[in-house]
Design a protein around this ligand. Sequence first.
Ligand code: AMP
Length: 180
Amino acid sequence: MSSNNHDLAALIRTIPDYPKPGIQFRDVSTLLLDGPAFRTAIDRLAATFDPDQIDLIAGIEARGFIVAAALSYALSKGKLILRKPGKLPGERVGMDYALEYGMDRIELHIGAVQPGQRVLLVDDLIATGGTALAAVRLLRGEGAVIDQARFLVDLPDLGGTERLLASGVKAHALTSFAGD
Ligand code: AMP
């Protein structure tokens, strides 16, 4: 999965014990600081799927927005925003989920996605897959067709990509940090 992207993995900083003891926080902000590397990351992600099979790109707040916005700009695809609770001004639907370190909820504007639209899900990182699965359920609940997800980082020991696959979503990440 990550064998060709050691150059990008080397730019992702690890902060031990954040936000709580035992968590190795994989901080993509150091990759984002490197303009050419960020561009390379987006280009490589864009090369992993067929844009003709995608109608919208959905990003998960907040770091997922950065990746999804760049991809949607590069491919001229609409961007669908999945937000933290209380941020969306219009009528919304939401889904609660468990994180590697706590609970959270994501929300979506009703009507943002039309039934039958094909959505690519994007976030910076997949760990347990709880966030991505909540997003998949939320989007499918609104009638979206979603069978692909993309990430900068996979933490394979936490099983998120397998969980997504079991739900019919093929996940691909540019880099992989085993042992977390
Ligand atoms: P999960 O729902 O367990 O797959 O967690 C994925 C979400 O939590 C992503 O939005 C990540 O930004 C964040 N996250 C979880 N674990 C980490 C970690 N070890 N380092 C950085 N971000 C993380």
